[in-house]
Write a protein that binds this ligand. Structure first.
Ligand SMILES: C[S@@+](CC[C@H](N)C(=O)[O-])C[C@H]1O[C@@H](n2cnc3c(N)ncnc32)[C@H](O)[C@@H]1O
Length: 215
């Protein structure tokens, strides 16, 4: 994350996006929900203000932004100051980890995936939600990247890139769904997700830690 810490400065603007794009937000939750295990200890990495963790029943999260953590705390969540590249937990602590629109903000994505792998139990899952760089929405975000206080610091990834990174970091059994079809401003209903990627702006990838390689 850049020195300017945009999430500390513009947290109110961040929150407001969800009010303006409520159907998009609820469509994303619906897709994420599909992959979130019904039980077990979960952690959101880059939990932000807890907009996703709370409705998805995840009680713990890590985030470097103090202002975002304060909002998450007000939502009743247990949040730790930290970064994805150096998670403040012993190995094999969690049944699953969630990362939503955070992969594009971490400084070192390989370190991040190695750390998540370390804190997951064997057969634990990583669920990643991201704006696919190759989608219509991803292209739109990139076009206006420099005007956006948040996204000017982001490095967008395509689903193909994330698939590759997950495999290189020993994650297996990848499953992928997509949602957010069409232009953001025209989405007024909660959309159904569908399998695969290439059409939806928001993609969710579920990947599993093998029990063969132990860190
Ligand atoms: C776009 S927000 C997403 C927040 C939340 N997951 C959500 O979807 O509302 C990105 C978050 O990543 C956090 N972040 C930035 N760099 C990070 C890092 N290296 N490790 C963990 N989180 C980071 C930011 O502080 C911010 O809260």
């Amino acid at each position: 994350m850049n020195e300017e810490e945009p999430f500390n400065k513009y947290y109110a603007q961040y929150e407001e996006w969800f009010e303006r794009n409520r159907s998009v937000y609820l469509s994303e939750i619906k897709a994420l929900e599909h992959f979130i295990p019904k039980k077990g200890r979960g952690l959101e990495v880059g939990i932000g203000s807890g907009r996703f963790a709370q409705p998805l029943g995840i009680e713990e999260g890590v985030d470097p932004s103090e202002e975002m953590r304060k909002i998450a705390q007000r939502r009743g969540l247990k949040v730790y100051d930290g970064v994805a590249e150096d998670l403040p937990f012993p190995k094999k602590s969690f049944d699953y980890c969630l990362m939503v629109t955070t992969i594009c903000f971490v400084e070192d994505v390989n370190k991040t995936l190695k750390e998540i792998y370390r804190v997951l139990k064997n057969k634990g899952n990583l669920i990643t939600g991201l704006v696919d760089k190759d989608s219509l929405l991803g292209k739109e975000y990139q076009k206006h990247k420099n005007e956006n206080v948040f996204y000017k610091h982001a490095k967008f990834y395509a689903t193909e890139d994330v698939k590759q990174l997950l495999k290189e970091n020993n994650f297996v059994n990848l499953k992928i769904i997509q949602t957010v079809f069409g232009e953001l401003g025209k989405i007024n209903t909660i959309q159904d997700f569908k399998e695969g990627y290439g059409e939806g702006g928001f993609v969710v990838i579920k990947a599993e830690k093998t029990d063969i390689i132990s860190r």
